[in-house]
Design a protein around this ligand. Structure first.
Ligand code: MG
Length: 278
């Protein structure tokens, strides 16, 4: 009786899988009843498993990193790609593939006016990205001219870095914005000169026939505070004039992560990434 029930569910699934059963099964277990007992099965990337099945593969074991303090950067999780640990710029180039003129000192790298963006040699699509930054303690300028830099996913989509502590600017350009597109839920900025963090969960856009097929999404924590909650990016973040922003333009599936030189000496430390499935 059990065998019959299991086979009938399996047979039904085989038919339905051709029309998208697999995805539905991840959300809703199929059910086998044996007498008064209920057995629920879920279809997963690793196979079909009974709920609470001791044979279901468990996640890889990794060693978490350590938390940063104002005095010292923490460390990356053991499965992360360390992009900058304060020692060298081996993982980075300028925009032409040559050595960057950004400087390293005391465990951080700092943008140099006129040096241009710095970008990773490695290419990334969807990823988890941890970045720490500090805007200048010597406060100069105002609005977009104060502590401006940026974290660019896929060399394209800017998470704005700005000194937004007691600094008025347009809402969709303050620190933590998806520049020109999405305003953070709160302003979680620390004072200029203090170390701050972005933890970014990014899913890349996909393109089909020259148009966006699936829009990018961002979830971002700023200093541990949620500022974007699975936000769907509606287009590009490129500046197209005082009151205009760029559209999506098709691009490769993986591109560098870049940090912006906007003419202000912004510092970065403890940069790491973990690749994610799309
Ligand atoms: Mg910027």
């Amino acid at each position: 009786m059990v065998r019959t029930a299991v086979f009938s569910v399996a047979a039904a699934c085989l038919v339905l899988m051709s029309v998208g059963c697999q995805e539905a099964q991840q959300q809703q277990p199929d059910i086998v009843r044996v007498g008064d007992k209920v057995f629920q099965y879920v279809q997963t990337d690793t196979g079909r498993w009974l709920i609470h099945d001791m044979n279901r593969p468990t996640p890889d074991i990794i060693t978490p990193g350590t938390e940063s303090t104002q005095e010292a950067p923490g460390t990356a999780p053991s499965d992360a790609i360390v992009l900058f640990d304060g020692k060298d710029l081996d993982e980075w180039t300028d925009t032409k593939g040559g050595p960057s003129k950004w400087v390293i000192q005391d465990g951080y790298m700092e943008s140099v006016k006129g040096a241009g963006y710095i970008q990773t040699k490695r290419l990334f699509g969807s990823c988890q990205l941890h970045v720490e930054f500090a805007t200048p303690s010597n406060v100069q300028g105002s609005s977009q001219g104060r502590g401006n830099s940026g974290v660019f996913l896929m060399n394209t989509y800017e998470v704005q870095v700005l000194d937004s502590y007691d600094n008025v600017t347009y809402a969709d350009g303050q620190c933590g914005t998806l520049y020109g597109r999405a305003v953070p839920l709160v302003n979680a900025c620390r004072k200029p000169g203090q170390w701050q963090s972005f933890d970014i969960i990014f899913h890349r856009p996909t393109f089909k026939d020259g148009k966006v097929d699936r829009k990018a999404t961002f979830t971002i924590f700023h200093n541990g505070v949620l500022i974007h909650n699975h936000v769907e990016l509606q287009g590009g973040t490129g500046w197209k004039g005082p009151h205009a922003i760029s559209d999506y333009e098709p691009h490769a599936d993986a591109l560098p992560i870049a940090l912006q030189d906007h003419g202000n000496p912004v510092r970065y430390r403890n940069v790491w990434a973990r690749e994610l499935q799309d």
